[in-house]
Design a protein around this ligand. Structure first.
Ligand SMILES: Cc1cc2nc3c(=O)[nH]c(=O)nc-3n(C[C@H](O)[C@H](O)[C@H](O)COP(=O)(O)O)c2cc1C
Length: 365
């Protein structure tokens, strides 16, 4: 039986445990560049023992940023600092992953500590936004322009270039962001996709862009490295994207070379009623894993070591992603190992704080 501290093999990459840092926007970049904040933020979570340390949503084009402060990888110049972060994470024995994203109609907003629910106009420092259809996210948001088929091709190409640069930076895991109401999810969901061409209407058409991006990225992302996709398994809205469609999409993505589906939810409709509670999205990871055989990641209000361990032991998911709890405590994995009676490596600098029963070979790593 697998457990939280058992390694997870994904192609040639072995995560040392099943705990991942869920992608979290830091709104701390200028012109998309990573900086000391990202190094310390991601580096401390690697020092804390997470097996997979994933960057925040990293924009594949400047237009695809949620805010002007987002991390980006739309130019070769972005690679250098990311490489430094990847190296530090690897030196800690963790695996560095990058989430590639385009925000679509949810782009061009202020950082959340200002006011998130508006689209910034160009006069206020924003930029023109795009989407599958000219349907705004919410009242007060600017109406996006619908992408032409030629423009869709440029989006696919941007994901490919971003994946190529991610490889150059040394990342060993790439996650395509197709969740939370951002561009790829906007194509999936009938709530935001009103197209009548080959990218809209039927399930096959709405899912085409995600398949195109995955297939194109797979041509540059090496065969021996894992590719993940984050989805919102449901919009939590009648007539929206739902778990049954997620299962079918997961089946198709598995066939295209996706190694793990990271199962989140929501983000398409700001008025959706979401039944928040401990592990409220885990059932989607469980359903998709059971019905398709693809590996899954569970995320959402997972905070207790026993809860995370149970998710893996009971076969609900292969990987557990934590976001806010890892902001509260970057050393959560070290603490969880202790609480669960599991052994895990400790950084040399911290060995005097390690549990007394930690064997010598795990100290000073
Ligand atoms: C500060 C912050 C930033 C986030 N940014 C991203 C992001 O860049 N990409 C993403 O897929 N999810 C993002 N999320 C969502 C988290 O990855 C996670 O799915 C969500 O917070 C639920 O997990 P939790 O209950 O462990 O926090 C963010 C969440 C937080 C709190």
């Amino acid at each position: 039986m697998s457990h939280l501290f058992e390694p997870l093999a994904l192609r040639s990459v072995t995560l040392p445990n099943r705990i991942a840092v869920s992608p979290m926007c830091q709104y701390s970049s200028v012109d998309g560049f990573a900086n000391d904040w990202h190094l310390v933020h991601l580096g401390s979570r690697a020092a804390g023992g997470a097996g997979l340390v994933m960057t925040e949503a990293t924009a594949v084009t400047p237009q695809g940023r949620i805010s002007a402060r987002d991390l980006g990888i739309w130019s070769d110049a972005h690679v250098e600092f990311l490489e430094r972060i990847v190296l530090f994470v690897a030196q800690r024995g963790s695996v560095a992953g990058i989430q590639l994203a385009h925000a679509g109609r949810k782009a061009s907003t202020p950082p959340p500590w200002e006011n998130r629910s508006v689209t910034l106009t160009e006069a206020d420092g924003g930029w023109p936004i795009v989407a599958p259809s000219a349907v705004p996210f919410d009242e007060g948001c600017i109406v996006p322009s619908a992408l032409s088929e030629a423009e869709i091709d440029t989006v696919v190409a941007a994901f490919v270039q971003a994946a190529r640069r991610s490889l150059q930076a040394g990342f060993r895991v790439v996650e395509i962001h197709a969740a939370h109401g951002y561009l790829l999810h906007q194509f999936l969901s009938p709530l935001s996709n009103r197209r009548t061409d080959r990218y809209g209407g039927s399930f096959e058409n709405r899912t085409r862009l995600v398949r195109d991006v995955v297939s194109a990225v797979r041509t540059v992302w090496p065969e021996n490295l894992p590719l993940l996709v984050r989805i919102s398994a449901t919009d939590w809205v009648d007539g929206g994207w739902d778990p049954e469609q997620s299962v079918e999409l997961a089946r198709q993505l598995l066939a295209l070379g996706v190694d793990l589906i990271d199962c989140s939810s929501g983000g398409s409709d700001p008025h959706a009623r979401i039944p928040l509670g401990p592990g409220y999205q885990t059932r989607f990871a469980e359903q998709i894993r059971r019905e398709t055989g693809v590996k899954t990641g569970a995320v959402g209000l997972i905070t207790a070591p026993a809860q995370a361990d149970h998710i893996v032991r009971s076969g609900q998911a292969d990987l557990v992603l934590l976001a806010r709890e890892l902001l509260r405590d970057p050393y959560w994995p070290l603490r969880a190992a202790r609480e669960l009676g599991q052994l895990t490596p400790w950084p040399a600098q911290y060995v005097r704080a390690a549990p007394a029963n930690t064997p010598a070979y795990l100290l000073g790593q």
